[in-house]
Design a protein around this ligand. Sequence first.
Ligand code: C5P
Length: 399
Amino acid sequence: MNRLKGKSILLGITGSIAAYKACELIRLLRREGCEVDVVVTEAAKNFVGKTMLRALSGRPVHDSVWTDDPGTIGHIDLVTKADLILVAPATGNIIAKAANGIANDLLSDCLLARRQALMIAPAMNTFMWENPATQRNVHFLKENGVLFSGPVAGDQACGDNGKGRFKEPEQILEDVVHFFTPKLLTNKKVLITAGPTFEALDPVRGFTNSSSGKQGFAIAKQACLYGADVWLVAGPCHQKTPSGVHRINVTSAQEMLSSVEAICDDVDPDLFISVAAVCDWKPAQSFNQKIKKKSDTELQVEFVRNPDILATVAQRRKGPLCIGFAAETENVQQYAQDKLHKKKLSLVVANKADAIGSDYNEAWFVEATGTTALGKTTKEDLADKLIIKAVQLLTNQKD
Ligand code: C5P
């Protein structure tokens, strides 16, 4: 998705068994569009080779202060060009050196010479991590603005189980993206609905739709990255809760409405993004016992309308800025315009109904002032564009 386009990262790799995972991390960082300069310690070279690191990073790999080039001072040049220094994996030794200003090899020289942010992803035996000396060093570094990505608890290479395990490369990548994302929604509270609803007919049967929840969860994750406090009311779906998001699971539209109204009353959100594919109807009657088949009889089910959650929130006095979605099979933009006016919304994201369950979405931003075509993008990309648009709408609302 090019979330790190134009950024330069100096990646320090130290001598931990987790060094092999740094290879995957380089690949992930580069896939997001950033340049990665690698510095390895002597110990790290016992686990990963310079040839492989060079191939993965596409750049020379550095391991010594002593270069032949008379025009450069290696560690100063490396540090100057980096937007972020990331040490992953970081041993107890490099953490101790960083905390105490010890500079006796290229990587520790870089850490002492740095002026930009430093993120450390520790990896060590749990007793080394818990050692008071390490904890003192970590505490000192945190107090001085150094960021930590992990460690996490779990099985360790040495056979122990506990805290000290290297965070997975995908999660370290998310921490790096979080670092670079401008916190445009700091102090903003965002409420999002996602997924389908399920309207029970009896204890084993019901009425629902094929919404996966992907789009709503992607928006919740993005809002969090931009610094918002996020409440996500989710219908039945199998998406992982994005880190930092308050998730409330519900089943029916009525439960979703109750949950949304309670959050509106309790936290007074600034923004409501209604992404859920709420069932428009529910069975008029829901049975406590399983309906039994009787030979040769059809089952007639009467449906009644569900409450419109978005319209209810949009009618609140001093309620949040409201954004809705409109998935249609035809006349996509026209129906979205109608919804914008009928439900009194600030913005409708119109999309084709075939986006339901897919990883992609073809969408339009429909506002009173006009319509913007966004083309076909991933749901993550649409989430990013929508959050940036929401920031603009919130800013205009204030002016
Ligand atoms: O009216 P329609 O269902 O097409 O509107 C879609 C928008 O309204 C979506 O944002 C959806 O989350 C929301 N909605 C709702 N409650 C309903 C039906 C739809 O909040 N009962």
